[in-house]
Design a protein around this ligand. Structure first.
Ligand SMILES: *Cc1c(COP(=O)(O)O)cnc(C)c1O
Length: 408
């Protein structure tokens, strides 16, 4: 038997069934109409942001990285919880504007912004986190043509990366951001051209669980911001410290000790150099805020045995949960947290693999896990499905189409 990832805290059984925000899984499926279904918990989102705020210095603003989960009702709920939003495309710009989010709270990072996206962002008054000198020149030219003052920040490609992070976003040659040594000259140029100067965006990595690694990176980020602001010659208005805090997905993973991260950051905030004295700081987080608040529910449509191994074949799969199948940036496939939702908390009775309905051996949601005996009609739950699930999976593969989504 292979171990399963840790089920996030807060999920309980009611009458032997997984309950989400107090609703039994089968009742949620009934109200949504059918599986596959993503269920997101409003309470868990609220509690997550509150706990993070309690751990972090009050001066730190919390931003939500929309790409983790752009589902409308989730975004609406997050709008009442967080201070700002980070978007990564013109499509996400349209989504946040449609949600009625104040553009002054939004920043737009991401390589390869098209002229039409730059123009839409400048018209809306969103802050552009510039990814290159070329993009800076295009943004200034477009702003000049339409007679608007652009809100511009520079995404810095830092000369360090976040140790132990699942995805490295800094350190060495990268398509993201502008190499640190070229930043002060560009910043002076933007200010001289009359842009509304919004400061630096320094994102060094993602999905780290080690508080020490995050503390070290935040320290390096503050040092770099101070050095670059000093060389630019003006006090820094804003500094986006990036994100980095991950969630436990796999066996043996432990949650980030946010209290320690917050205490270390508070200490650094007590001793800021002059150029950072009045800076507005934020962190931008995606999966940390929403990942554990989501569950993907599928129905077992077949139960079969092949060469002595049991397969529970579901109506879902990698087309909605690419990450759980191990096909979204992981090197070694390990099991996500999963359970039989209609027998939640029941003792393990057998070894089984949970697979999807696509005809590819890649479509495996749990490999040789231990589960209570499950049959056709039982519901399977894949946890940690609140981030990079529905919108980060190839829903059109094999003509399957998207899963349903609800916020409860
Ligand atoms: C993707 C992304 C994030 C969010 O990453 P998570 O791992 O989901 O927290 C934050 N900032 C930027 C610039 C990103 O590209």
């Amino acid at each position: 038997m292979k171990p399963l990832g840790p089920i996030p805290p807060g999920y309980i059984a009611i009458d032997g069934e997984l309950a989400i925000s107090g609703n039994m899984a089968s009742a949620l499926v009934e109200s949504a109409g059918e599986t596959p279904l993503f269920v997101y918990s409003r309470d868990m989102l609220t509690q997550r942001v509150a706990a993070l705020r309690a751990a972090m210095p009050a001066r730190l603003a919390i931003h939500y990285a929309v790409k983790a989960n752009p589902f409308g009702p989730v975004l609406d709920h997050m709008a009442g919880l967080v201070d700002g939003f980070d978007i990564a495309s013109g499509g996400e710009l349209a989504i946040v504007l449609r949600a009625g989010i104040d553009p002054a709270r939004v920043s737009f990072a991401g390589p390869g912004k098209r002229d039409s996206e730059l123009e839409a962002a400048i018209i809306a008054g969103v802050t552009l986190n510039l990814e290159s000198e070329g993009e800076a020149a295009r943004a200034l030219a477009i702003a000049g043509q339409i007679g608007r003052k652009p809100c511009l920040a520079i995404r810095v490609n830092p000369d360090f990366d976040l140790k132990g992070s699942g995805m490295k976003m800094g350190g060495g040659a990268k398509p993201f951001g502008i190499d640190a040594e070229r930043v002060p000259a560009l910043a002076r140029h933007l200010i001289a051209q009359g842009a509304e100067w919004r400061g630096f965006h320094i994102f060094a990595g993602s999905q780290a669980l080690s508080a020490d690694a995050i503390i070290e990176t935040q320290g390096q980020t503050l040092d770099l911001a101070a050095r670059l602001a000093e060389e630019t010659g003006v006090a820094l208005p804003k500094c986006n410290l990036g994100g980095g805090m991950g969630i436990p997905y796999f066996p043996g993973d432990e949650p980030v000790d946010v209290a320690r991260v917050g205490a270390a950051l508070a200490e650094r905030f007590e001793a800021l150099p002059e150029v950072l004295r009045d800076t507005h700081f934020c962190m931008e987080l995606g999966r940390y805020l929403v990942g554990e608040a989501g569950v993907y529910l599928t129905t077992i449509v077949d139960r079969k045995v092949s060469h002595g191994e049991t397969y529970l074949v579901t109506d879902g799969g990698l087309h909605h949960q690419l990450a759980a199948s191990g096909n979204f940036g992981t090197v070694v496939r390990r099991n996500y947290p999963s359970a039989i939702a209609t027998k939640f908390g029941a003792p393990v009775e057998e070894e089984a693999s949970i697979v999807g309905c696509l005809c590819t051996p890649l479509d495996r949601l749990a490999d040789k896990g231990g589960f209570p005996r499950a049959d056709v009609g039982d519901l399977v739950a894949i946890f940690c499905a609140g981030a990079y699930g529905a919108s980060a999976s190839p829903a059109m593969f094999l003509g399957q189409g998207p899963a349903r989504e609800i916020l409860v």
